[in-house]
Design a protein around this ligand. Sequence first.
Ligand SMILES: NC(=O)c1ccc[n+]([C@@H]2O[C@H](COP(=O)([O-])OP(=O)(O)OC[C@H]3O[C@@H](n4cnc5c(N)ncnc54)[C@H](O)[C@@H]3O)[C@@H](O)[C@H]2O)c1
Ligand SMILES: [Fe+2]
Length: 426
Amino acid sequence: MITDSTRNSLVATGLGTLMRGAGLFTRFIPIPQPTLLVGPGSSGRLGQAIAGFGHRKILIVTDSIISKLGLLKDLTDALASGGAEFVVFDEITPDAPIPLIEKGIAFYRAQGCDAIVAFGGGSSMDASKAIAVAVSNPKPLRQLAGYFKGLRTPVKIYAVPTTAGTGSEVTVAAVISDPEQHRKLVIIDPRMVPKMAALDPCLMTGLPPHITAATGIDALTHAIEAFVGNWTTPYSDGMALSAVGLIFENLRIAYRDGGNLAAREKMSLASTYAGFAFTRANVGYVHAIAHQFGGLYHTPHGLANAIMLPLVLKFSHPVIVGRLALLAVAARLGTEDEDEDVLAQKFLDGVDQLNADLGIPATLAALKEADIPALAKAACWEAHTGYPVPRYLSQQECSDLIRQALPKATPATPPKRRSKKAAKAA
Ligand SMILES: NC(=O)c1ccc[n+]([C@@H]2O[C@H](COP(=O)([O-])OP(=O)(O)OC[C@H]3O[C@@H](n4cnc5c(N)ncnc54)[C@H](O)[C@@H]3O)[C@@H](O)[C@H]2O)c1
Ligand SMILES: [Fe+2]
């Protein structure tokens, strides 16, 4: 009789082989890397460089908050003084939905553009990537989701991330949302990687603390999932460990003191390094589950990751002790001479403590018991068809894991006893 556990291990073995095969393949696909300009004022320097490239007209894709904060100024001043023509599309909303991206595509075409500057958080950068693929490959966006679905090379993209972050400035992925199906779609194509990117800490000083926290834990999750998965390479490991060290050293500072340029710059480097790591070694269950929370409840991506990260790490713990120990050393939570088990536990505790220091809740207020089976099914499908997870979850185990993020029931408060006088008046 095939018991649940046998079935799990069959699934694990079959998928494990498939995933390892795909991992070997991804090791050899050339992934282009953007030229990086780093430091205060680098968005202006990027504008100077782009102005020299002779584009006919550039589309700047961003959101209205960034536009109103005046963050585009250094870039647009540099483009204007270099004689480059540009137009701004500043309507992107978090997890850009398909109809909005279609509006961006129509605007790009109507304006006769031939390049894009993606300016903002992951939502603006990913919307830009989707626009770039779709204008070169005119077919419905849903048909572009998946691996290499567009034949023709996307138009050129340059990127200026304003969160730290998604790492989208260096990754092969674009995540958009499908409001009809309440889910997120991922487009994957190495040719979407921007040609150049500016990591300018001056743009990040006004990020509200809760967004600094959530986006910082997104970057941490990229580094950790890339490091504990089955597709690691020496390159992805190096990038992931550097990112983890920088995040443990700087995220609390950036959260408490948003104007600290040194901490902001190091967080943006960490986010980019984590992007390099996971674009090679991929992510895992934390992301698979977070994408479902994002699709159904519109939970901000970083917050969804931050809630699930400790739970998934504790589940994976038995098979990744050595890797957790290395992460603890990179995070300076312990030293190499300590026992691996002790170091691994220190890393799990360190992640819990970091979340607590950043005001991240342990549960997701929007999560409902009735939704859990479907969320688990979709998360398992996403993970088991694409992510090299170190320890497999059955759908039931995934449901149990998600259930741990349910808001705790508040004890009913006993009704106040009314005084005899009040009772009479009533
Ligand atoms: N392509 C990838 O490789 C990849 C990786 C991880 C996540 N993602 C996707 O990225 C999206 C999330 O991106 P995000 O977390 O960067 O958030 P976001 O782009 O949705 O921005 C979040 C909020 O922060 C505001 N904001 C951004 N920069 C600001 C600044 N400098 N100052 C003040 N406010 C600012 C925005 O206006 C927005 O309201 C999700 O859709 C997620 O799925 C993509
Ligand atoms: Fe992410």
